[in-house]
Design a protein. Structure first.
Length: 385
C-alpha cells in the first residue's frame, strides 16, 4: 500500500501510469510510409526523366532499408522496451523490459551512425554531378564526404566500445564499465549539425553569382535548401538531448529522444529525394496547365489567328514554370554552371545552336536565349504580314 503512495511517484509527469508509447509508434509508422513513398517516387521520376540512375540513386536504397529498420527498432522499443512508460513503472511491473530498452538503444546508436553518412553522401553526390567547373566547390564537397564518413565510423566505434564488455550496456549484473554515456549522447550530434550547416550554405554563393534573374536565383536556391531541411530536425534533436537527461527516467525520456532521432534521419532521407522529383513536378504542372488551358478555351469560345498566337505564348510562358522549361529531364545545373559565360560571349551568334542543342534541357541560359529569339522574330513576322 505504501508503495502505491510513494511520494517520488507523485512528481512523475502524468502520474505513474502515464503512457506515451503510441506517439513513438505513430511517428515511426509515419516515416516508414513517407520514406518508402519518396524513394519510390524518386525512381519513378528517373523513369519519367529518362535519366540513367547514378550512384546517388542507388545509395538511397541502403539508406531507406536502414531507416525502415531504425523505425521498426523504435516500435520494438515501445512494445518490448517499455518506452512510453515511466522508469518507476517499469521497475515495479516490467523490470525485464529495461534489458530490451538498452538493447534497442544500442541498435539505434549503430543505425544512426550508418544511415547518416549514406544520406548525406546522396546529397553531396548530387552537388558533384551538378557543378563541374568550380574546383574549390568540388574539393570542399569531397572533404565533406570524407568528414561525414569519418564521423559515422567513429560514432559506430564509440557505440560498440562505450561499455566493456558490450553486454554490460544492458546487463548490469555482470562486471563491466562504461564511458560517460550522457556526454556521449549529447555531443555525438554536434559535428553532424555543423556538417548540416556547411551543406546548407555551400552551393548558395555559386547560385547567386550566376548571370540570371532574381526569381531564378531564388528558385534555384530553394532546390538546394530543400536538401538541407534535416538541419532543422538536427537542431531540435540536439536541443532535446541537452534539455533532457537520457539516463534519468530513461524509458519516459526516450519518447522524445527516440521520436526526434527517427524524425532527423527520416527528414534528411526525404530531403535527399526531393530535388530528384523535379521531372515528376514538371509533368504534373504541365498536365494541370493543359487542363486549365482547355477549360479556359472552352469557356471563352474564341478562335482565330489572335487566339492561336495568344495560346502559343501561353504555352511558352507556362512551360517555363519558374526558371525551368517543360522537360522530363532532371535539372542539369552543370549546364547553367558551364554555359553562364555564353551570355557574355557572342550570345547572338549562338542562339540557333543553343535552341537546337538544348531545347530539351532544363537550363537558365535557354530561357534567356528564347527571350531574345522571341523578340528578334517579331520584326520578321511583321514583314511577312
Amino acid at each position: 500500500m505504501s508503495d502505491d503512495n510513494d511520494p517520488a511517484e507523485s512528481h512523475l509527469e502524468g502520474g505513474l501510469f502515464a503512457y506515451g508509447g503510441n506517439f513513438v509508434i505513430l511517428w515511426a509508422s509515419l516515416f516508414i510510409v513517407l520514406c518508402t513513398l519518396f524513394v519510390a517516387l524518386r525512381f519513378f521520376s528517373l523513369r519519367i526523366g529518362r535519366r540513367p540512375a547514378g550512384l546517388e540513386d542507388w545509395l538511397i536504397l541502403p539508406a531507406w532499408i536502414i531507416e525502415v529498420g531504425l523505425c521498426a527498432n523504435g516500435i520494438c522499443s515501445v512494445i518490448y522496451g517499455g518506452v512510453g512508460r515511466h522508469e518507476a513503472y517499469i521497475l515495479k511491473y516490467e523490470p525485464h523490459a529495461l534489458i530490451s530498452w538498452a538493447q534497442t538503444l544500442f541498435v539505434t546508436e549503430l543505425f544512426y551512425g550508418i544511415v547518416f553518412p549514406i544520406e548525406k553522401t546522396v546529397i553531396l553526390l548530387l552537388y558533384l554531378r551538378l557543378f563541374r567547373i568550380h574546383h574549390w566547390f568540388r574539393l570542399t564537397t569531397y572533404v565533406l564526404i570524407t568528414y561525414i564518413w569519418l564521423w559515422g565510423v567513429s560514432e559506430v566505434i564509440v557505440a560498440i566500445a562505450q561499455c566493456r564488455p558490450i553486454a554490460y550496456q544492458w546487463d548490469k549484473t555482470i562486471d563491466g564499465r562504461c564511458i560517460d554515456q550522457l556526454s556521449y549522447y549529447r555531443w555525438v550530434s554536434v559535428p553532424n549539425v555543423i556538417h548540416d550547416v556547411v551543406m546548407l550554405v555551400l552551393p548558395l554563393p555559386i547560385v547567386w553569382n550566376l548571370q540570371i534573374g532574381l526569381r531564378q536565383k531564388l528558385a534555384l536556391s530553394g532546390v538546394f535548401l530543400i536538401g538541407s531541411l534535416g538541419c532543422i530536425a538536427s537542431f531540435v534533436r540536439l536541443s532535446i538531448f541537452f534539455k533532457l537527461n537520457a539516463l534519468t527516467d530513461n524509458t519516459w525520456a526516450s519518447i522524445q529522444l527516440q521520436s526526434w532521432t527517427l524524425a532527423e534521419t527520416g527528414v534528411i532521407l526525404i530531403s535527399a529525394c526531393l530535388p530528384a522529383l523535379w521531372p515528376l513536378v514538371l509533368r504534373a504542372t504541365a498536365q494541370l496547365g493543359t487542363f486549365r488551358k482547355g477549360f479556359s478555351k472552352g469557356a471563352s469560345g474564341h478562335d482565330g489567328l489572335g487566339s492561336n498566337r495568344s495560346e502559343r505564348n501561353e504555352d511558352w510562358r507556362g512551360s517555363r514554370h519558374g526558371f525551368m522549361t517543360t522537360t522530363s529531364e532532371f535539372i542539369p545545373l552543370q549546364d547553367v554552371d558551364d554555359r553562364t559565360t555564353t551570355i557574355h560571349t557572342g550570345q547572338s551568334s549562338t542562339n540557333s545552336h543553343s535552341e537546337a542543342d538544348h531545347g530539351m534541357r532544363i537550363n537558365v541560359t535557354t530561357e534567356v536565349s528564347w527571350t531574345i529569339n522571341h523578340e528578334a522574330e517579331a520584326p520578321n513576322e511583321n514583314k511577312t504580314l
